[in-house]
Ligand binder design. Structure first.
Ligand code: ADP
Length: 487
């Protein structure tokens, strides 16, 4: 069933440097709708000189922004949040067109932006320092000050929120920013910058550059003026940026891959748990670093759980995110489908069984997009690639366990340590398992790991630093000790 589909609204397609929209000198890059294969528009690509000008603009704007009357700064952030809310339908449409997720999900992500920005605007008023008991004739003071210019690099899976959850706290802290969005999804970034402009952000406070990812990354990393680098993306690129940034010893936050365990103990209510698994797994078609990727089910309930799961997965409608009733959209590109094909092939060759799905969707309405069948794989074992490699797609790998200690050991057998999920009514088990899991996020009997108020981030190869919560703003602050004595 095809509802009336909308086309891309009028919008800028250029770089935004020092308060002005400008064409890049490196030509244009097409933006593709992954549901139809169509080119939506083309956006400008800048060169190294443009990236350096953006950094310089942010440097010049830093004293203006950090020195602005706090109430005025806070007001601009609240205004930006209000404008995002007013323009929610347009922003959601742009996101669905370039990224593929269902419109309802895009709207949810835009609403998260509104909440994140209001939260950070409020946090700007609560950046407290300390005084510490001192010897006579001294005053020990700890002051919090913004780090300066921030370089931000964001991915395509949450093309709007990944930007706001970085720029929001950076601006709240008093920092200025240069953002490089993902090449696949620059339009959501441009739309947010149109709003920053309308909200009255002074020139140079937030700058947007598109172009060669490796060139921009290296320019940020090697610039002494960029005092903080914040990145969300693959662990592979995270390693590169961490190493490159060593030369300038800047502060760095890395939100990298995940491979979330989803642990179901035998006393968990099966239908409710299956519902939560399906909801979380097919959100953004599994293209999330928090997506449940290894499902451990206790032996006693495994058969019933699997039956209910397959029945639920069967009902999932895949399609164009603009069409009514669609639960999950396409993958971002054909490369993604190849990775998933390879993981499934490796698993089935080693004894896994495909219970439903397992291949590309290529016919009829799916012919021109990058669609994949919702898939359940049973009898997954540790010798399979899918046990260790992040799955960025609609695949549910099932494993069985027989004891608490066994499942803790298996769940922790991963280089990643971002999100984890535990389902049980037994408080003792919940306490023991949540303590033992080497993950930055643990959800017990729910799947909500990301909120404006709470710190989001991972351990091990999932990265460094935290976003959201009061910790999110702290990432953009320096701590200064001031010892004053009196003559
Ligand atoms: P994903 O799997 O989400 O595409 P990537 O790490 O490839 O993860 O991409 C995340 C962001 O990092 C994107 O904006 C991408 O353009 C950018 N990126 C890719 N390679 C580099 C690099 N060498 N240096 C800096 N940024 C990069």
């Amino acid at each position: 069933m095809t509802t009336k589909r909308q086309t891309l609204p009028e919008m800028h397609t250029d770089l935004f440097i020092n308060g002005k929209w400008e064409k890049g000198s490196k030509g244009m890059r097409p933006v593709i709708n992954p549901a139809t294969g169509e080119t939506l528009t083309e956006v400008s690509r800048g060169d190294k000189a443009a990236f350096e000008r953006a950094i310089e603009a942010a440097k010049q704007a830093f004293p203006v922004w950090s020195g602005m009357e706090l109430r005025e700064r806070v007001k601009i952030l609240h205004r930006a949040a209000d404008l995002i809310e007013e323009n929610a339908d347009k922003l959601a449409l742009i996101m669905t067109l370039e990224q593929g997720k269902p419109l309802a999900e895009s709207k949810g992500e835009i609403q998260t932006n509104v909440d994140n920005l209001h939260w950070n605007a409020e946090e700007a008023r609560r950046i407290y320092g300390e005084t510490i008991p001192a010897p006579n004739n001294h005053k020990y003071e700890v002051r919090k000050q913004p780090v300066g210019v921030v370089g931000a690099i964001t991915p395509w899976n949450f093309p709007s929120n990944m930007i706001v959850r970085k720029i929001g706290p950076a601006l709240a802290a008093g920092c200025t920013v240069v953002l490089k969005p993902a090449g696949n999804t620059p339009l959501s970034a441009i739309a947010i910058f149109e709003i920053f402009e309308e909200a009255g952000l002074p020139a140079g406070v937030a700058n947007l550059v598109m172009g060669s990812a490796s060139e921009i990354g290296a320019t940020f990393a090697e610039s002494k003026d960029v005092r903080k680098l914040t990145f969300t993306g693959s662990t592979e690129v995270g390693h590169v940026l961490y190493e490159q940034s060593g030369k300038t010893l800047k502060k760095i936050s890395l939100e990298l891959g995940g491979h979330a365990p989803f642990i179901v103990f035998k006393d968990a209510p099966i239908s409710e748990t299956v519902d939560m698994l399906v909801k979380m797994k097919f959100r953004n078609n599994g293209q999330a670093c928090t997506s449940p990727n290894r499902i451990f089910v206790e032996k006693e309930i495994k058969e019933v759980f699997t039956k209910e799961l397959v029945a639920a997965v069967k009902k999932i409608k895949v399609g164009n995110g603009q069409d009514e009733g669609v639960v999950t959209g396409p993958l971002i590109n054909d490369e993604s489908r190849k990775t998933i094909d390879a993981q499934i092939k490796d698993a089935t060759e080693k004894g896994a069984e495909v219970l439903i799905g397992g291949g590309r969707l290529m016919e009829g309405e799916y012919a021109d997009g990058f669609f994949y069948e919702p898939t359940v794989l049973d009898h997954v074992t540790r010798d399979m690639t899918i046990f260790y490699e992040e799955t960025f797609g609609p695949v549910i790998p099932l494993l069985t366990f027989e004891s608490e200690d066994q499942v803790i050991e298996m769940a922790n057998d991963s280089d990643f340590g971002l999100a984890s999920y535990v389902f049980t009514k037994d408080l003792r088990v919940a306490e023991k398992v949540s303590n033992a899991l080497e993950y930055g996020l643990v959800a017990i009997n729910n799947v909500a790991v990301s909120n404006s108020e709470t710190p989001f981030g991972g351990m091990k190869f999932s990265g460094l630093g935290r976003e959201n919560g009061k910790q999110g703003v702290e990432e953009f602050m320096e701590t200064k000790f001031v010892n004053t004595s009196y003559f």
